[in-house]
Design a protein around this ligand. Structure first.
Ligand code: NAD
Length: 359
């Protein structure tokens, strides 16, 4: 039994709709397990710009830093597409990630048997797929110096620098091993060590850290092969750990294995306060219509409980709730299947609450 302070940022578009359902489930869990989740709402994105003139008010940064974890909806939308770059909702999101110093991005991609037909891959390839992609988030080519555009005419060039320090590699690889211990005890480190020096260092550090975890099997794969293997035989993977740009691409690829963006959650951790959000955006095309699937947000709660608050049994309760809803043939429009009942956002949230109470 414990008391936790959770920062809540609804954001824009479907963000507020899915958040309402996520919070219903969180409070139901609190009542069931004897925890108190005290929530504080903060502004970010377009909603913050409209209300305060900036996409990330100082009060949001301070409030989030004073909490145990951040639950985030989604930001952005056509209304703010033409504002100055530094005022864009996305600029607020990037700044918040930086403020929280979240150097590890976790993206689970799990294929539920009930939704196996939702993917474009064959069921026999997908069945049983359960991958955790761990992407380094604050280093690599997206942040390396020097970078820029120089010159004129045919000699004009754009350039970036892929750079990794040992400490950056060591901490994320170590996290991968720790996470693998709670799963199937396999880590695949993805790099391009046959071509890039930064990857050569990455691989050396991965091998060194791996010696601390003799109970976990470590393998290495070049990124081009990993992209292919994810589609050919995704079940071979348990935890994948990789750098920023490779992780950006592979985590999107692995999420597509599961079929719907409305089911997937992510966590950005490493700093003092973890940042937990569905992988989808603000979905302006369906916003305000109660069409959004809240299960990505509810799945996000499981990550917040597991990695943000270290409440493993509670995280598993949330995962069982999602499985039960699907087993009972309940679907939102994005995952509709013949013979299943289609629910709106609120109805799906309420169905999850009822299943959770009954577990
Ligand atoms: P999106 O994820 O918002 O939507 C892509 C498609 O998936 C849309 O057809 C949408 O209706 C559908 N979809 C998304 N979530 C769904 C859900 N929960 N249930 C059912 N269907 C769902 O991506 P986009 O259209 O490229 O971007 C829209 C806006 O969101 C943009 O302004 C973008 O910058 C922003 N965005 C924000 C984040 C974030 O807040 N972390 C992430 C991605 C995009």
């Amino acid at each position: 039994m414990a008391q936790f302070t959770i920062s809540v940022i609804n954001g824009d578009g479907i963000g507020p709709e899915v958040m309402v359902e996520g919070l219903k489930v969180l409070h139901t869990l609190g009542a069931k397990c004897g925890h108190t989740f005290a929530t504080s709402n903060y502004l970010a994105g377009g909603a913050a710009l409209d209300a305060t003139g900036v996409p990330l008010p100082d009060a949001t940064v301070k409030g989030v830093k004073d909490s145990h974890a951040l639950l985030f909806g989604a930001i952005g939308g056509p209304k703010w597409e033409n504002v100055a770059h530094h005022l864009k909702p996305e600029a607020g999101l990037l700044k918040l990630r930086k403020e929280l110093d979240a150097w590890a991005n976790l993206r689970p991609a799990m294929v539920y048997d009930e939704l196996i037909d939702a993917s474009s891959l064959k069921p026999e390839v997908l069945r049983g797929t359960d991958i955790m992609v761990l992407r380094e988030l604050t280093g690599g080519i997206y942040f390396g110096q020097p970078r820029g555009i120089e010159g004129t005419g045919p000699q004009r060039k754009g350039f970036n620098t892929e750079v990794y320090h040992e400490f950056e590699i060591e901490r994320i690889v170590r996290m991968a091993f720790v996470i693998a211990r709670g799963r199937r005890s396999k880590v695949c480190s993805v790099d391009k060590a046959n071509v890039l020096e930064s990857s050569q260092v990455w691989r050396e550090v991965a091998i060194r850290v791996g010696k601390e975890f003799p109970d976990v099997a470590l393998s290495h794969m070049y990124v081009d092969n990993a992209a292919m293997q994810l589609i050919r035989d995704p079940r071979q993977f348990d935890v994948i750990v990789t750098g920023n740009i490779f992780g950006d691409i592979l985590s999107d690829e692995s999420s597509q294995l599961t079929g719907s963006i409305g089911m997937l959650a992510s966590a950005s951790v490493g700093g003092p306060v973890g940042f937990f959000e569905p992988i989808h955006g603000s979905a302006p095309d369906i916003a305000g219509q109660q069409k959004a699937n809240p299960l990505a947000m509810i799945g996000t709660l499981a990550l917040l409980l597991r990695y943000g608050l270290k409440l493993e049994p509670e995280a598993q309760l949330i995962e069982r709730t999602i499985r039960q809803v699907l087993k009972d043939g309940l679907r939102t429009g994005d995952i509709k299947q013949p013979g299943c009942r289609i629910l709106n956002t609120r109805e799906m949230g309420e169905a999850a609450v009822e299943r959770l109470k009954a577990l």
